[in-house]
Design a protein around this ligand. Structure first.
Ligand code: GLU
Length: 416
């Protein structure tokens, strides 16, 4: 296991261990909730456009399905190996438990940089992977979704391949194109969810005013939707970034203008409405709220001391290392943890799955209202727990999730 993967797994396991200790859970139960139930590794030969055959490696880690079928995204990324996939699968179990939706946790991955593949190579790889894992997934068994490097199109290909084997099955994946049974509002949901809980957390803090200033690191699917929702709710987004760098305007960026500029093929750094900043400068800018929305391990012991935001909202999975988390706690920087902050994606996945099973379609207004309601309940429960027990939002989130999972395991009688 390489450094980053080990750190990710350790981060989640450390949170679970702390919850187990605080809740007084027995050691044998701890092992039951940490160990993944089932893991599959598949070799995926693909004939490349140049005629050569290349073998890719794919994984599906099914962590726990006590509270409902396994659920979680599929990541196409060079770092998506077995250990990485396992760490992310575990996060999904606690994410679903925290927001109290009827799913367990899973994650899939293929070690590949999808940008290096042609569309034909990508579709062949996706079909191979689907065939490789088709016997362990199912509408009541395990429902994949998009994650880094995959999108609605990828889900459409998986649905098509799975349906060719098992018959028409839209509910096999979530995050599909709306034309194929995807839910309205699914693609925006992780970002909207992050902004919803970010806004509520800002309101609960004495040192943040009514119109918080916000930095969004990573302007992909999660970051851009979060920025739009923050603005919709009256916040001022002062800085955003993508891989090429960031832009800053202390009086607030014109997010709608930026979106139009990017849609027209412009590069973020060339947007006229802000001054250029590097990604590392961006993290340390003056603002009330910082939303790391790109990838794991961005806030480290190197930069945690320089962060000026009073509140961090973890739009990405595990953007804060364990060491950085301790520094932030000492500096009284509040952190809305990933398992709450980015749960909006799996919440609307739940709506999509339910719509597919019922062969029924919800309007966008209903999706967004129900998302707001579930995210608000998840936040309120976490905040109340943290206040009552004098613990961080992350500890509160894990304690609630671990407690729910443990009770479900006991009720199902696995250990009798
Ligand atoms: N990949 C997303 C996540 O990490 C969504 C998973 C899902 O909708 O199943 O939460």
């Amino acid at each position: 296991m390489v450094g980053q993967d080990l750190q990710m797994l350790e981060g989640t396991v450390a949170c679970v261990n702390a919850a187990v200790a605080e809740l007084g859970i027995r050691d044998d139960m701890r092992d039951v909730i940490i160990e993944p139930w089932r893991e599959l590794s598949v070799a995926l030969p693909v004939r490349m456009d140049d005629g050569a055959v290349k073998v890719f490696h794919g994984y599906r880690s099914q962590h726990n399905a006590t509270r409902g079928p396994f659920k979680g995204g599929i990541r196409f990324h060079p770092a998506a190996d077995q250990a990485h996939t396992r760490a992310l699968a575990m996060l999904m179990t606690f994410k679903s438990a925290l927001v109290d939706i009827p799913f367990g946790g899973a994650k899939g991955g293929i070690q590949v940089d999808p940008r290096q593949l042609s569309e034909r190579e990508l579709i062949t790889l996706t079909r191979r992977y689907t065939r490789g894992i088709n016997h362990v997934i199912g509408v009541s068994r395990d429902i994949p979704a998009p994650d880094l490097g995959t999108n609605a199109q990828t889900m459409a290909w998986i649905m098509d391949e799975y349906s060719a084997i098992h018959g028409y099955t839209p509910g096999i994946v979530t995050g599909k194109p709306v034309e194929l049974g995807g839910s309205e509002g699914r693609s925006e949901s992780p970002g909207r969810g992050a902004a919803i809980v970010g806004r509520l957390a800002a309101q609960d803090m004495d040192n943040i005013g009514d119109s918080p200033t916000v930095i969004v690191q990573g302007y992909g699917q999660v970051g851009s939707s979060a920025a739009r929702k923050f603005v919709e709710d009256g916040a001022l987004v002062v800085a955003v970034s993508d891989v090429s760098g960031g832009i800053y305007n202390s009086s607030g960026l014109d997010i709608a203008g930026l979106d139009r500029f990017l849609a027209g093929g412009g590069a973020m750094a060339e947007f006229a409405g802000g001054e250029r900043v590097s990604n590392s400068e961006l993290l340390e800018l003056q603002a009330d709220v910082l939303v790391p929305a790109a990838i794991e391990g961005v806030i480290t012991s190197e930069n945690a001391g320089g962060i000026k935001a009073k509140l961090i909202v973890e739009g990405a999975n595990q953007p804060t290392t364990v060491a950085a988390d301790m520094i932030l706690a000492e500096r009284s920087v509040a952190v809305v943890p990933d398992i709450l902050a980015n749960a909006g994606g799996v919440v609307v996945s739940y709506f999509e799955w339910a719509q597919n099973i019922q062969r029924f379609k919800w309007e966008l207004t209903r999706v967004n209202a129900e998302l707001e309601s579930i995210m608000t309940s998840g936040y309120r429960a976490t905040y109340a727990y943290s206040q009552t027990h004098g613990v961080s939002l992350r500890s509160a989130a894990y304690n609630i999730a671990v407690d729910r999972l443990t009770k479900a395991i006991e009720l199902r009688g696995f250990l009798k």
